[in-house]
Unconditional design. Structure first.
Length: 572
């Protein structure tokens, strides 16, 4: 296997020598460490590596060079190697300075700080690191190792756990790719009419079977599997026997947080997810404003870490078909699943989140999975290399998708129905989009049609200020507009607002107690109109649509579940 490259640019000979020795000692066996003193030489090496097909994992440039060729160098590096992690190295402040995640000199010296902060704001770099000092600089190596882990995951360097064989532009094949990507399961996709695809189908004795065909690492083969069958193949579809203390419906940030806290308190916890661990947030390419992650963290990484916590505290997890019903049973509740199985629980946390609304425009529906995608569709990002793509939406999720897709696509256009994104998108994303040359925004514009037979070829766009429509060529449309809650499965007695979002606590009907409320006490702040049934995250009315808020509500819901189960009239 060809060793990936680590390339360093620094025009200070002593610093360059220190970086070469530090990286070479630790990574020289598995990576090709390249050090250059000029941007021109470094670009020549990157171009040659690209021509040779050798991957580049990390590109480092000295922060002092950002205004003298380093910034242009990093921009070119992104075009040549879009998956490479781009890093600025900053002075540590002396060889005796302690290992700091935020170097003291960076905070004290504006001449160092301003170029670095500007580069991060504009998306020129992924992060910055203090230059290594002599000896074992474990803080430096920890940061490098994390970057290499992110690069390996994003570059699909892992051995595939699943092979998918299907039609290249199939909605079902796209659904499976997206499902596996969001669950962090590495896969390999082969078109059914390719040599590789035909060979796999023949070897698995599934030539002629319904497509797509899925072959797991154990050799188990599934023809056009649903979520239940995939979950069973990976051990995520076994329901527990007996009654659990709390069933948490939805494994987005709110559900994962609730599961961590209920399980850590010793409650028998079952986490039920219909599609993918992480929910909608799991498809976010990079969340930069989540507390404690200065470099940002992908939604999938955050979900995987949270899932590991859930597992470590002993909670049960099921990735299965949707929950289809809820009804009282004795002193608790029965949850019905799509496969007719049932779960008995003493309390429930509803954390089903929201889904993106469908665009109602002629020609879109037949092209879902064949150029039209709902959500950020991280599984399709690399396939957009050199293409022109569009994103319908103006909130943070759309901005994050634009920045991620711009690494690969030749041009990314955000289609926004308003005349500004200032009210719906975080400032850091707006600045990064403004600083990315191949992203543009068309305001007061919406999609009113799509053209193409088996693959999207063009979109029909309407200018809402003039009413004029035009056809523009494009290879893909990612739709991230609006939000509809998943609450249809709940009984009529659970109060909702006009849009289906759940009412909790003081937002319930302004009577005390609410209509039909059977207890003497009022509902707890996150409790719905059914005692013992709680709501957390985006599914709740007036929730703050932020990952941190959902995590916080999940932890609060867990505390209130514990309080509810300890009430005198509840079973012990």
């Amino acid at each position: 296997m060809t060793e990936p490259a680590l390339l360093v640019l620094d025009d200070e000979p002593d610093d360059l020598d220190q970086l070469q020795r530090t990286l070479g000692r630790r990574y020289g066996q598995e990576y090709l460490v390249i050090c250059e003193a000029s941007a021109a030489a470094a670009l020549d090496r990157l171009a040659q590596l690209a021509a040779d097909g050798r991957p580049v994992a990390i590109v480092c440039a000295a922060a002092a060079m950002i205004d003298s060729g380093g910034g242009e160098f990093l921009a070119m590096a992104r075009r040549l190697h879009p998956a490479a992690k781009r890093v600025l190295t900053v002075p540590r402040g002396g060889s005796s300075a302690p290992t700091l995640r935020v170097p003291a000199l960076l905070l004290q010296d504006p001449s160092v700080a301003q170029p670095v902060l500007r580069a991060m704001t504009l998306g020129v770099v992924d992060t910055y690191l203090p230059s290594p000092h002599g000896g074992r600089d474990e803080g430096f190596h920890l940061a490098i190792s994390e970057l290499l882990e992110e690069w390996a995951r994003d570059s699909a360097e892992d051995q595939p756990a699943v092979h998918i064989i299907g039609e290249q532009h199939s909605a079902r094949a796209h659904e499976l790719r997206d499902l596996l990507t969001r669950n962090g399961i590495p896969f390999e996709f082969s078109p059914a009419d390719s040599d590789r695809g035909r060979l796999l189908l023949e070897q698995s004795r599934h030539a002629g079977s319904a497509l797509p065909v899925v072959i797991t690492y154990t050799g188990h083969t599934l023809a056009d599997p649903n979520a239940d069958e995939l979950g069973a193949a990976f051990g995520l579809a076994t329901l527990p026997a007996g009654t659990v203390d709390v069933a948490i419906v939805g494994a987005g940030p709110a559900g994962l947080s609730a599961a961590v806290y209920t399980a850590s308190e010793g409650l028998a916890t079952l986490l039920i997810e219909r599609e993918a661990i992480g929910g909608q947030a799991g498809s976010s390419s990079l969340i930069r404003n989540y507390l404690g992650f200065p470099r940002g963290i992908s939604g999938r990484s955050l979900a995987n870490r949270a899932f590991a916590q859930v597992w470590s505290f002993g909670a049960g997890t099921v990735v299965t078909g949707p929950v289809t019903g809820l009804r009282p049973a004795g002193s608790g509740y029965l949850l019905s699943l799509a496969d007719a199985s049932e779960v008995t629980c003493r309390s429930v946390v509803v954390a089903t989140g929201v889904s993106y609304r469908r665009l109602d425009a002629p020609g879109l529906a037949p092209l879902i999975g064949a150029g039209v995608y709902y959500g950020a569709a991280a599984s399709e990002a690399r396939a957009m290399a050199g293409r022109r793509v569009f994103i319908a939406g103006g909130a943070n999720s759309a901005g994050q998708a634009a920045v991620n897709l711009a690494r690969h696509a030749s041009q990314v256009t955000l289609l926004v129905r308003r005349d500004s994104v200032a009210a719906t998108m975080s400032r850091y994303l707006i600045d990064e989009i403004d600083g990315t040359a191949n992203i543009d925004i068309r305001h007061n514009t919406e999609v009113v049609g799509a053209e193409g037979d088996e693959q999207l070829e063009a979109l029909v766009l309407q200018d809402n200020t003039t009413g004029v429509t035009e056809s523009v060529s494009g290879s893909a449309l990612f739709v991230l507009i609006g939000a509809d809650p998943h609450t249809d499965w709940l009984p009529a007695g659970v109060q909702r607002d006009d849009h289906g979002f759940l009412l909790t606590g003081s937002d319930l009907r302004r009577v005390d107690p609410p209509d039909g409320w059977p207890l003497q006490r009022p509902p707890l702040p996150l409790e719905t109109s059914l005692p013992g049934v709680f709501a957390a995250g985006d599914v709740r009315q007036r929730s703050v649509k932020r990952v941190a808020s959902a995590v916080g509500e999940g932890s609060i819901a867990a505390t209130q579940v514990t309080q509810y189960l300890q009430e005198p009239d509840q079973p012990s």
